[in-house]
Design a protein around this ligand. Structure first.
Ligand code: ADP
Ligand code: MG
Ligand code: ZN
Length: 516
């Protein structure tokens, strides 16, 4: 639906052809705004004591308060307020000494009360910033994203359309409304308009969401799983002519659910709006829906006439008035935040910008740090997570952190290689076993019989056989052509099914043949 047009041709979904990104960037300057919802990991809901666990059977985690039955009264969840203050502090915000909840009135079938409890003109936290880093061909560049507000609200329920092929309402036989999610605490983090990013706009948007996700994770207040919807992002984009000062009309792409989609949503929206503007049209203020399959968005609801939510302070709830002492107490207990941690790790492990970037891009910093903490040298820990394990994660399409192997287990494999009990090749088989659910590295080594053959008697027999089996090579080695020993080492490795310590085998061969 596109709203009534008053002046100039309004163009949204099926509009003029998009303009290639680089061309768009020659004429326009993008302005971004990101609204991010984080579902908190509190045990109970925002205003009642219902459980919040993900994936329960529909409507098994509900009560009169979150079903909005008449006469029920909400009570604020203190742990959620504490989480909000901690995030506000980590985002360099000021924390209000007094604020209220407001009712946001609108009708939606998965919202039982006919209003959502949110915060309006009195957010708990405001005026902060988050610094993010973006890679450019000239090296890393830092951008400061200013935060307008962090406020508390409650999630809605979820509607599912059943019986159809697409899961959409069209063609469905019936719909169910599940209120388990209704009332789960949410924090909404709203940025101020982000300017001066130029062609880095898509990357800045992605880097901001990634940094915010890591920050939230480091605070331990949410599991921030974008694919499960515990972190969702609305992406606002507008364009103004290069060198201009007046912002254009923005569109708002709703519920973008992965980092990659955030980047693609910004890029495609810049291309679409540039197409509209180049053809003399005007951009419509509207919500849009991002389509994963095409990487573009389709129009949703028009926002040309602002919806009147009739906000007013919720009379059922007391104001939230955190004492200065409490806020300072929470500030003092903030953990090391991701940016500081990156800087520390970069220095401690003597990483180059590129090495740090690879770790960040692979989402491996925490995993590598934990592996180092479990005793592995940083270089080995990095190698395992960035090569072998990243490859496995990609193959099985899971996040690196979701691979069924722990940093401690990786550290144990590294230790076994360092003591010579495993070759690199055997170590990969051990990792296979661990990923297969066969148990700890030591259990896998035992069960699969993956010990390196390095004791000289067992190895000696294999060496003697190899020499007897290839007299030509042996003769060459005797005559000083040491390179020919490679063939004999190869024979030993084959005979021991790869379990020999190749260095030790080589030494034995040279010794037997009178070299050295
Ligand atoms: P709404 O409730 O309509 O979504 P909000 O104020 O909650 O409005 O969020 C709007 C977001 O868009 C904020 O991040 C804001 O900084 C940003 N924004 C505002 N104006 C523009 C603009 N012209 N272009 C891009 N982003 C904008
Ligand atoms: Mg919005
Ligand atoms: Zn409840």
């Amino acid at each position: 639906m596109v709203g009534a047009v008053t002046n100039g041709p309004a163009t949204s979904g099926v509009g003029p052809a998009p303009v290639a990104f680089d061309d768009a960037m020659r004429s326009y300057e993008p302005v971004l705004g990101l609204e991010t919802h984080v579902e908190l990991g509190t045990a109970s809901k925002m205003f009642c004591s219902c459980a919040t666990a993900f994936g329960a059977a529909p409507n098994t985690q509900v009560c009169p308060v979150c079903l909005a039955l008449p006469g029920s009264l909400p009570v604020v969840n203190g742990a959620a307020v504490e989480s909000a203050i901690r995030l506000g502090l980590a985002l360099n915000c000021s924390v209000a000494s007094w604020c209220r909840f407001a009712r946001k009135n609108y009708f939606y079938p998965d919202m039982p009360k006919n209003y959502q409890i949110s915060q309006y003109d009195e957010p708990l936290c405001s005026d902060g910033y988050l610094d993010v880093t973006v890679d450019t061909p000239e090296g890393p560049r830092e951008f400061r994203v200013e935060i307008e507000r962090v406020h508390m609200e409650e999630d809605t329920g979820k509607t599912a359309h059943m019986g159809g092929a697409t899961g959409r309402i069209h063609g469905a036989e019936y719909s169910i409304v599940d209120y388990n999610r209704a009332g789960i605490p949410l924090l909404e983090i709203v940025t101020k308009p982000i300017e001066h990013t130029g062609e880095l706009a898509p990357q800045v948007a992605r880097a901001y969401v990634a940094e915010l996700r890591d920050l939230v994770r480091s605070l331990g207040i949410s599991d921030v799983r974008m694919e499960q919807g515990s972190l969702r992002c609305d992406v606002n984009v507008s364009l103004m002519p290069r060198g201009g000062t007046e912002w254009g009309t923005r569109s708002e792409t709703k519920n973008v659910n992965s980092l990659r989609s955030v980047e693609r949503a910004v890029r495609s929206e810049i291309e679409r709006q540039a197409g509209v503007l180049n053809s003399g049209g005007r951009v419509v203020q509207e919500t849009r829906h991002f389509q994963e399959n095409t990487g573009t968005s389709v129009p949703g609801r028009s926002k040309e006439e602002a919806q009147d939510y009739r906000y007013f302070p919720d009379p059922d709830l007391v104001p939230v008035a955190p004492s200065a002492e409490w806020v300072e107490e929470l500030r003092a207990t903030l953990p090391e935040l991701p940016a500081a941690k990156r800087a520390r790790i970069k220095a401690e492990w003597s990483l180059s910008d590129e090495e740090l970037r690879d770790l960040v891009n692979a989402d491996a910093i925490e995993l590598v740090a934990a592996t180092v903490e479990a005793g592995a040298p940083p270089a080995d820990a990095r190698k395992w997570w960035l090569n072998e394990l990243s490859r496995r994660a990609t193959e099985t399409e899971v996040e690196l952190a979701d691979l069924p192997i722990t940093p401690e287990q990786v550290a144990r494999v590294v230790a076994l290689v360092a003591e010579g009990a495993l070759t690199n090749k055997l170590a990969r088989q051990v990792v296979d076993g661990v990923l297969n659910g066969e148990g700890d590295p030591d259990t896998v080594v035992e069960a699969r019989g993956l010990k390196v053959v390095s004791d000289d008697s067992a190895l000696g027999a294999a060496v003697d056989e190899a020499i007897a089996g290839d007299p030509d090579a042996a003769e060459k080695v005797r005559n000083g052509k040491v390179a020919a020993a490679g063939a004999l080492v190869g024979a030993v490795m084959r005979a021991t099914r790869g379990q020999a310590d190749a260095g030790r085998a080589r030494a034995l061969i040279l010794e037997r043949l009178g070299v050295q």
